[in-house]
Design a binder for this molecule. Structure first.
Ligand code: HEC
Ligand code: HEC
Length: 204
């Protein structure tokens, strides 16, 4: 069972956005390692879900496609490559098709969209096909997560959601796509629980 030590106030813009700072963070050390590991297990289910992992891909810079009609994820059609810019600047910019819009809902198979510029996550934030231990090590390494401690990760999730970015979209993707598991609010809470428990990893 998840402890309800975190108070969340959900504020809706496009249905899923969170208010920044809406979360009262638990004290560091107030969460047991067992509860922290259980929270990490739920985090792992979210970040390896196609709504998240399809953009958090490796150095080939190729986004992945998946959905009810695709089965397993496969490389993005039309030979799309995001280049080292991760936004397609070298080839065809992602935003040619993935326009910026606060209205997430698209017809099935239309290019999905959200409130900020569509692009791949930086290559160091690679999750696609990675194990629990690998993702856990990456998420807690400031050299590979954008310089964030656990509070910074929580802030990133809240901030991105408040901009109707990928984090908000992942739970309301439209176009008949499966949303990421559970809710955005629970994911933010899990990040806080894992952090306050000392970011324990499955191999610890
Ligand atoms: C359309 C592409 C895209 C999708 C889909 C996407 N992200 Fe990201 N993600 C990004 C980009 C770009 C960044 C870099 C932003 C930054 O660091 O400020 C990022 C960074 C992050 C970070 C920062 C730290 C780190 O180690 O990665 C987290 C946490 C994160 N995303 C969570 C998620 C979650 C959870 C989902 C699914 C609900 C998701 N992302 C889906 C593009 C995406
Ligand atoms: C020529 C148009 C076009 C361009 C350019 C394009 N995409 Fe797409 N993209 C699409 C379409 C259409 C879909 C939806 C396919 C479907 O659902 O059948 C899609 C889907 C995706 C998905 C899958 C989302 C999910 O959750 O399954 C990701 C990730 C993605 N694109 C990333 C990118 C990135 C990153 C770029 C830039 C490097 C990019 N795309 C450039 C048309 C495009």
């Amino acid at each position: 069972m998840q402890k309800s030590v975190v108070i969340l106030a959900a504020v809706s813009i496009a249905g899923a956005a969170l208010a920044e700072g809406a979360l009262t963070l638990p004290e560091e050390g107030s969460i047991s390692r067992a509860d922290g590991k259980a929270a990490f297990e739920r985090i792992y289910e979210v970040v390896t879900h196609p709504r998240c992992a399809n953009c958090h891909v490796g150095e080939d810079n190729i986004p992945m496609w998946s959905g009810p009609s695709y089965g397993e994820a496969r490389p993005h059609g039309m030979h799309i490559n995001a280049g080292e810019s991760r936004i397609g600047a070298e080839f065809l910019p992602c935003q040619t098709c993935h326009v910026t819009s606060d209205d997430f809902d698209t017809a099935p198979h239309a290019a999905p969209r959200f409130g900020i510029a569509w692009q791949l996550a930086p290559v160091e934030f690679e999750w696609f096909g990675k194990s629990r231990a690998e993702i856990c090590a990456q998420l807690k390494d400031p050299e590979r997560n954008g310089g964030r401690d656990w509070r910074g990760l929580v802030e990133h999730l809240e901030h991105d959601a408040s901009l109707n970015g990928p984090v908000a979209w992942g739970w309301s993707p439209g176009g008949d796509r499966d949303p990421a598991p559970r809710t955005l609010e629970e994911h933010v809470e899990d990040m806080a629980l894992w952090g306050a428990a000392g970011q324990p990893c499955p191999t610890d």
